[in-house]
Design a binder for this molecule. Structure first.
Ligand code: NDP
Length: 332
């Protein structure tokens, strides 16, 4: 019998929040491999905020998905069939195989992983794209010096949790901003940040001021909107802002900046970046991150849902802050 592949397609474009009917699941027979190809059984799928952007048909740093395309996404899995000299059956790999049971590749963009060093799922989070994002924005844009204060929003998440821990390792005061008392407690007690401000508690600016008595030298922005405004108002002269994400606006909500003049009066550097445009630095970043995780100097938490068919639910939850740490789907 021909082996079958379940896959989830973009069925329609969201109008505002993502809804279940934006997706369609189907099952198709696997095509035979051509010479130079190999097949991967995907074990885990990474669920990331950027997926929301790919569902829109708008100009951005990446091409949108077309209707009927398999939803994009990073995966880890195992080679189960190979006609490729560089990849053998049994190799553990990470690549962008999308929301499906199996991926087929000629090797481009696929990396072998060593799941004896750190667990396979870590290569989707702390030791994968989100970790490199944190490493890049902190080291290459904020470039903090010991003793300075670094603030990061979405602090309990895949990227934010790494930013604050790396800032601590660099001798900085690390302050997180997160939604809810439980996430904030985790950020301080488990991740070792100096403080965490719950933006849902109703006193964002006052609480942030108390947590940043010496002002803010570096800000790693993941959210936008009121969180950005509050932190901007705490920036020190010549502070640096790594503009990584603005998740508060991903469903099309406006995220206006109330006082952009602070950028001028405080002479701030604001730099947006896309981590996949800095591939030359990934080996250095990943080497550092894998080592820190293996040494237990970098901690992480995951939200794992079971079953490919639950990937839409996982993405919808992520965009509402329901995830606690790196959101992953267990496929097999
Ligand atoms: P997270 O694991 O941090 O999950 C997303 C979190 O965002 C939620 O848990 C929630 O945390 C917060 N959030 C969701 N909606 C809102 C909202 N409306 N207002 C405020 N906070 C919200 O995701 P990642 O770590 O994967 O991504 C973090 C950011 O980094 C995103 O903006 C993403 O787009 C960006 N990114 C950018 C990259 C780049 O190359 N520039 C690469 C990778 C990620 P809480 O409950 O605390 O609010």
């Amino acid at each position: 019998m021909t082996p079958m592949n379940r896959r989830i397609l973009l069925a329609s474009r969201p109008q505002g929040a993502v809804a279940p009917d934006n997706f369609k699941i189907e099952q198709v027979p696997l095509a035979p491999l051509a010479e130079g190809q190999f097949r991967v059984r995907n074990h885990y799928l990474s669920v990331d905020p950027y997926m929301r952007g790919r569902m829109n048909d708008v100009k951005s740093y990446a091409e949108p998905l077309a209707l009927g395309d398999v939803m994009t996404g990073g995966t880890v899995g195992e080679v189960v069939e190979s006609k490729h000299g560089g990849f053998a059956v049994g190799d553990k790999v990470t690549g962008v195989f999308g929301w499906q049971d199996y991926g087929t590749s000629d090797g481009a963009g696929v990396r072998k992983i060593d799941d004896t060093l750190v667990p396979a799922t870590a290569y989707l989070g702390v030791a994968g794209m989100p970790g490199v994002t944190a490493w890049y924005g902190l080291n290459k844009i904020i470039a903090p010096r010991a003793g300075q204060t670094v603030v990061v929003s979405a602090a309990s998440g895949a990227v934010g949790s790494v930013v604050g821990q790396l800032a601590k390792l660099a001798g900085c005061r690390a302050v997180g901003i997160a939604g809810g008392a439980e996430k904030c407690r985790y950020v301080v007690e488990a991740l070792g940040f100096d403080a965490c401000v719950d933006y849902k508690a109703g006193n964002l600016y006052r609480d942030l001021k108390a947590a940043t008595p010496n002002g803010v030298d570096g800000y790693f922005e993941n959210v936008g909107g009121e969180v950005f405004d509050a932190t901007l108002a705490r920036m020190n002269p010549f502070g640096r802002i790594a503009l990584c994400g603005m998740i508060a606006g991903y469903d099309g909500q406006p995220v206006p900046l109330k006082q952009p003049s602070i950028i001028l009066t405080m002479r701030l550097l604001v730099q947006g970046f896309i981590v996949t445009e800095h591939l030359a630095l990934w080996p250095e970043a990943l080497g550092t991150l894998v080592a820190l995780v293996a040494q237990k100097k970098l901690r992480y938490r995951e939200s794992i849902v079971e079953g490919l068919e639950r990937a839409p639910e996982a993405l919808m939850g992520l965009l509402q802050g329901k995830n606690f740490g790196k959101q992953i789907v267990k496929i097999a």
